[in-house]
Structures are given as structure tokens and as C-alpha cells.
Design a protein around this ligand. Sequence first.
Ligand code: C2E
Ligand code: CA
Ligand code: CA
Length: 607
Amino acid sequence: MLIDSLLSSLINIVTFYTISFPERYPMWFNYSSNMVYLILYNFMGVLFLLYVDSKTKIGSIKKVMLLIGAAVIIYDAFMIVTTPFTKWIIYYDENGRYCHGSMMNSLYVTAFICVAIAITIFIAKRKMFNHYQVLSIMFFAIGVFFAILFQIHHRSHVISNFVCTMVLFFIHTAFENQAYYLHGDTLCYNRRAFIKTIDQYRYRKENYLMAIIKIDDFENIKHSLGRMGVDDLSERIAERICREFGKSAYYVDLNCFAVIKIVANTHQLREQIKECFTTSFILEIGDDEVILDLEPVISFINVHGENVEGYEMTTIIQNTANRYSDSDYTIQESDELIKPIRREKEVLRLIDNAIKNDGFMVYYQPILDIRSRTFTCSEALIRLKDEKMGFVGPEEFIPIAEKNGRIHDIGDYVFRTVCRFIKENDVLSKGVNYIEINLSPEQCNRMELANQLIGVATEFGVDFRQINLEITETAEMKSYGMESVNELITNLHSKGVTFSLDDFGSGFAAIDYLIKLPVDIVKIDKGILWQAMNDEASMKILKNTIRMIKEVGKKIVVEGIETKEMADILIANGCDYLQGYLFSKPLPPDAYIEFISGKWEEVMITY
Ligand code: C2E
Ligand code: CA
Ligand code: CA
């Protein structure tokens, strides 16, 4: 745009002469100078449109934008190039005077359309930009608009080029400012520069070697230095790395620095990086002087540039090693590292699709009540099937949904589906007392969960006693969620909902949970059972765990029963319920209804 603006301004000076004194020059020169000027001048609108498109990066409309741009360019060029013959745009009359043709204003209209579309897109995406950037674009739109209006009425005042150049200057400082790409105090390239560089390499299809540098034991250092200290330390490290590697170095994050080289000797690069850490770092924290000797953790990635986007790279480097180990010496391939990230993106897309288009199913796995030898309850388990990717298991997609905030929608879907299922099939009359529903820890931390569940159950007219909620122990819950889970349980208990503590023994604080959470049932994790079938010590632990849980007065479910031997041991040790493939896999709703309506008796005979 700047080049276009500069050229059109220069040629504008020439046209000033060819318009004022046409008799001095040959006619072909009069025409061509004006035509070149008009082409350059009118392309500004298209360039602006493409510029805004490249900044807002809305992939889905990229093609349309290019099409609009091409159409305008073809139209303008055609009208201008043919004007010596058609006189549509400009012409010199019989007296040799410069005149505007009948279609002149259509050029303004096309330029105006481009600018209007660009501004609309920009406004829709304004949240991506800072105030200064928004201001510069608005300034461009308003400035150019009024300048053109002014010039249509006062042809001799050639100001629109001047205004255009002025506002372009603003846009330039707002968007292309180098300062955006430098870290304030260290003047190293920052995270934004890092992402942009990766994208540029991708565009150029260039391969390169990337060294990721982190600090060993950073979490501990962070704890002992505090927020300010750690910022300071990070800057010192960045400074050293930048001094050593100059423009190849990036300060990506607090504990993450990168060096990008097109050609490199890894051994030499490693030595160079280590060199940056040979002398101690001396920090002043308050009145104290802290001396730190740091060990860099270096990971090398061979990047197949064409395949990796800037943002994806930030995820890849997040996943690289945090602790020093010998495997440090292997060079990883970016194509391998990107696979799980792509897969996760793809699965997230499936999840979103399924949320929108009702793409989930709930299956039910019957649970055997040992006392009555009937299947008095079951566990609801979600399923996701995609035409292209086939079956995606909850072990894979539930953690992704949790990480990306989709678990609440999924939880709501499962709860509704189960409530509808209970009501429509009157499962109680078929001997099913309750259905167990899995809750994710993320769901439990939401204050409104209890009310939401109560609302849905009431809406479907489901007796609360027909619902059992399974909660899982996790590290996060231990640190901040115990209180709120306790409240949730107490609140819903009063309505008649019962609770199970899921995956008992596989996690973090099993005993602590058992003491602190007033659950009704404890579900022993299948991993514990399977381990116990393999070695004697684990079997002792399993048996004593069962005894302990019984002594504190909770019911026990064991999941993952695959053989008769497992079932016999558990029954002999006093478990209350058994769940596993030995009896039934999770079944789709129809098959489950068939199962509880009598088919189960065939199963029991074989067992
Ligand atoms: P979970 O809660 O531990 O569920 C039990 C898992 O063990 C289920 O896997 C079930 O199919 C499987 N299973 C049961 N008996 C056997 C057996 O005898 N052998 C073997 N090999 N497996 C058995 P599934 O359905 O793949 O679910 C995996 C996990 O996904 C669940 O583990 C649960 O954590 C999560 N999940 C499933 N549905 C939901 C849901 O609706 N909400 C939430 N938040 N999580 C869910
Ligand atoms: Ca479960
Ligand atoms: Ca489990």
C-alpha cells in the first residue's frame, strides 16, 4: 500500500501537467500518465481489503476476499485501459481538454465497496487488535472517504493522495511496529515474533533446526524467588541468550527460550547454549543478593517448516522436556510432535460438531448386585462416533473436553439423556434402581451444578433416588475443590441422589477422600483389580482395601471384571456390586433394555 501510494503520488504530479497543459505533450502520453495514475490510485481499495483480510485471518472467507479483489482489479483495469476508445473513464475532448467520462464514478464505487467490506470485517474482529490499531484503521476509512468526497467537488485540490499517505503512515506504526516484536527490557525477539517467524518459514516451506531452552527445576526456583524475582531472572537469561545468538534467539515465555537456525551443528549449538549458563546469575531481591547456578534443559527439534504453524509450535514447545535427562541428546522430528496436537484439534472439532448436531450416544453397562444376583443398576457411559474418524473413546475425548471447557455441555447432555431414558423406559419397573452418571472434577467446581441437576431431573420428573453421581479424585480437587464437592454432595443427598467415589485407588489421595467426602459407594479401579490378579502383594492390598471400605460403612463396586475367577474372589471378599465385560459390555439403549428385560438370565446361566 505504501509503495502504491508513493507511486501514485509521484505520477499525480505528472498528471497535474498533462491535465493543465495537455497541448504541451503527445496525446498518448497524456492518456497513459492518467491511466497509470488511475490504476495505482484505485487499486488502493483492493490492497486495503487484502491487508485487512491478512490481519484478521478469517480462513473461511479468504477465497471470497480474493475473488472480490480480483473482480475489482479486473473491472478497474478493463475500464481504465479501454478508456481512450470508450471515453467511459477519462478523455480529452475536441479542444484537447481533460474530462471525466460517464463511468468515472464507478471506480469510486468499487473502491468504496472494498473499503466498506474491509471495515466491516475489521469491526467484526476488532477484539483481536489494540486501541491504536483500531484507531488507525478507522482513521484510514474516514480520512480517505472525506478526502475523496472533497476531491470530487474540488477537482483542483489534489489532497486524497496526501491524506492516504498520512493514514497509511499511522497504520504502519500501529501494525508493523518493530516494538511489537521485541521484549521491552531485553530487546530480544518476543513470543509474537517467534510465532510470526514460524509462520514465515511455513510460507516459504523452509526446514530448520530449533533449540528449545528451559531451566531445570524451574518450578522450585519460581517458588523461592517469587514473581518479581523470576521475571528478573528470565530477563537475565534472555539477555545472555540474545547476546550469544542475536536475531536467531527468541524469548518465548518465562521459562522458555528458543534458537532457530536454518543450518546448524547441534553439538556446537549445544555447547554455545551451555556457555550462556557457565557463570552464575546474580539477582538483587529486596536487600538480598541471590546467586543462582542454572542448568539448561535443551531440546532439539528438526522442523519440517511447511507443516507447522506458529501457534502449534507454542504448544509443541510447551510439551518439550522440563527436566534435564540424557534423552536430551535426541533430536525430535516436528512431524511426530505435531501429530497429537493435530489429533487433539480434530477431536475437539468432533466434540463441537457432536454438541451442535446431537452426535453423542449414551451407553449403559449393567452392574450386578451380588446379594440379589440381578442387575439393579448400571453406569451411563458416553460414546462419540464420527463417520470419518470412526469411534473415538471417552478416555480420549473427555480429557480434551475438560481442557477446552466443553465438559459442561457434555455433562448436561449426558444428564438429560439419562433422565429421559429413565423416564421413557420406566427402568425402575424393570428392576433398575438407579443409574450411575460420571461427573468430571471441572463440573463439580461449578457452583450452579447442583441447581442445574435438580432442574433437569425435575423437568423430566425423575425421582432423585434413581440417580447416582460418580465423582473422581484428582490432584486439582484436592487443592481447591474439596469444600465445594462436599457441599454438592450434602446438597444433593438431601434430595435423595447418591454418590460414588470413582476410580478408588488409582489416584492421589484415596484415603483422604474416603474420610472427607460423605459418599455412599466406593468404586475400586479396574487397574487395582487387574494388578491384584498378577501379584500377591497387590492382592493383599486389594483385599484389605475392601475390608477397610466395608468397615467405614460404604458399599463397594469393583469394575473391570473379565473372568469368573475375578468375580469369585470379589464375591468371597464381600463386595456388593460387580461391573465388567464378564457380564456385559456397555450397551446401546435398546440392547440394554432388552438385557434388563430378561436377556440377562442367559448371561447368569453361563456365569
Ligand atoms: P470409568 O468411569 O472408570 O468407566 C469405566 C470404564 O471401564 C468404561 O470405559 C467401561 O467401558 C470400562 N470397563 C468396564 N468393565 C470393563 C471390563 O471388564 N474390561 C475393560 N477392559 N473395560 C471395562 P469407557 O466407557 O471407555 O469410559 C472411559 C472413561 O471415560 C470412564 O472411565 C470415565 O472416566 C470417562 N467417561 C465415560 N463417560 C463419561 C461421561 O458421561 N462423563 C464423564 N465426565 N466422563 C465419562
Ligand atoms: Ca465411572
Ligand atoms: Ca475406572
